[in-house]
Design a protein around this ligand. Structure first.
Ligand code: THU
Length: 167
């Protein structure tokens, strides 16, 4: 038996003022987007913003539905919209934040597993590391510089292509 210990690294900042201009702008766009979320069921409004290699920013927010599983998270709304409009532009960063209804969100908002898988696909599709910036309404900001930090042992295209004849 072998035990493998994996290391991951995350950056933590105390305030948005400590971020570089690109990260701060992206996080502010995500905060703006959160206000327009459609979240009548959970009342948890999530906002996301995606930066493309050409500098464009595309926003998304959670879109809920009376049939609960039909709804989609803010991150995937932003990511899919960005890739639908600019399929050849690598996605270089994604910021995510949320607004609570009862209490202020004071911790970084962690993307769900499905969104992480979608982000891994964006990274493997464009062969570029995806930077993820997370914050609540207040409190610390966590930055992951590549998806490996948020989702190790990934199932991605390079794994699949090893065992199938797809190119
Ligand atoms: N949600 C997101 O949009 N992104 C996340 O990272 C976590 C959860 C949404 C889904 C649902 O509309 C609400 O937040 C509560 O789960």
């Amino acid at each position: 038996m072998k035990k493998h210990k994996l290391t991951l690294s995350l950056l933590e900042f105390n305030s948005i003022d400590e971020l570089n201009d690109d990260d701060r702008t992206l996080l502010l766009k995500a905060k703006e987007a959160a206000q327009n979320a459609y979240a009548p069921y959970s009342k948890f409004k999530v906002g996301a913003a995606v930066r493309l290699a050409n500098g464009m920013i595309i926003i998304g927010n959670n879109q809920e539905n009376a049939v609960y599983p039909v709804g989609l998270c803010a991150e995937r709304v932003a990511l899919f919209s960005a890739q639908a409009q600019y399929p050849d532009q690598p996605v270089v960063a994604l910021a995510v934040t949320a607004i609570g209804s009862d209490n202020k969100v004071s911790q970084p908002v962690p993307p769900c597993g499905s969104c992480r898988q979608a982000m891994v696909e964006a990274e493997s599709r464009h062969k570029k590391p995806l930077r993820v910036i997370m914050q609540g309404e207040e409190g610390p900001i966590i930055i992951s510089e590549k998806m490996d930090n948020l989702m190790p042992l990934t199932f991605a295209e390079d794994f699949l292509s090893r065992y199938t004849d797809f190119e």
